[in-house]
Design a protein around this ligand. Structure first.
Ligand SMILES: C[S@@+](CC[C@H](N)C(=O)[O-])C[C@H]1O[C@@H](n2cnc3c(N)ncnc32)[C@H](O)[C@@H]1O
Length: 265
């Protein structure tokens, strides 16, 4: 039971509880309290439809303006290709990069409940650093900022508007160790920084992911790393070309992620 200013004795057991919170604009103190509680990131049910609805409501409660930003991106892309298909909208306005403009927001991003499951499974130790390659609005950073204040999170994302919105929410919630950077991960000048954990959810073309995995291999020679992978493309690239990564955990039932470590870890 959470004590909020607006809703004293708040329970987070059903989607209706989340809907009630999402129907009013909560004061910042209440949003901070929610962001700092584990129950907030737990989906009331484990199936994928409810997890997505829950994630949508969490975005709404925290005040993320995702729909508006994505609609602006779609409108911009429709100036070039009015009819789509949506697969070409992102590349048409972002120098050929697949930024998934027009994709359903809950498909674009990992549900909060899965971000929570991942960080709990990893048993984050204080001060470990997490990097998300292709972070969109930085959901993983919200879970880390809210629940693991001693850890740091860095997300790289090509779309500036997503970066700005994610950083706006981090700064509102006081997540000083979480940050998103605008970055093309395929830029030849980009050197992947060291981290303890890397998160990859199918962010781009095969060559992009493959190149970043090669950079990661070099880092894994110097220090232990864990790589969390969501999405079938990246898992296939690892299976085909990156034998140095060993599968340590394979998601069960509705979990769509796998965890790898370097073979020498
Ligand atoms: C499938 S989404 C995953 C978002 C986030 N990691 C999550 O799981 O919630 C992939 C993101 O990668 C971004 N992306 C694609 N290619 C990129 C590139 N070359 N550099 C940086 N970001 C890129 C896309 O714009 C998109 O927001």
């Amino acid at each position: 039971m959470l004590q909020l200013e607006f809703f004293p004795r708040t329970e987070l057991k059903s989607l209706l509880d989340f809907q009630r919170l999402g129907s009013s604009q909560l004061p910042l103190s209440d949003r901070k309290r929610l962001a700092n509680s584990v129950e907030f990131y737990q989906s009331p049910k484990a199936n994928d439809i409810i997890r997505r609805q829950h994630a949508d409501l969490v975005d709404k409660i925290l005040g993320l303006r995702l729909r508006y930003i994505e609609e602006m991106l779609v409108a911009e892309a429709q100036g070039f290709e009015p009819e789509g298909p949506h697969e070409t909208w992102g590349p048409s306005i972002h120098s050929g990069i697949q930024t998934w403009v027009g994709l359903d927001l809950q498909t674009l991003q990992t549900p909060y409940s899965e971000c929570l499951r991942i960080v709990q499974l990893l048993r984050l130790r204080p001060y470990q650093h997490v990097i998300d390659l292709g972070a969109a609005y930085g959901r993983m950073g919200i879970v880390i900022g809210g629940l693991y204040p001693k850890n740091s999170f860095q997300g790289y994302e090509y779309v500036q508007a997503r970066v700005d919105e994610g950083n706006r929410i981090y700064s509102e919630l006081g997540f000083s160790r979480c940050h998103l950077d605008q970055q093309d991960l395929f830029d030849p000048a980009f050197a992947l920084p060291d981290a303890d954990i890397y998160f990859i959810y199918d962010y781009g073309q095969v060559e992009h992911i493959d190149r970043n995995l090669r950079q990661l291999e070099a880092i894994a020679c110097k220090r232990p790393v864990k790589v969390v992978v969501r999405g079938k493309f990246t898992k296939q690239i690892i299976a085909d070309r990156h034998a140095w990564l060993q599968l340590k955990y394979e998601g069960r039932l509705e979990e769509f992620f796998s965890v790898y470590t370097a073979y020498n870890a």
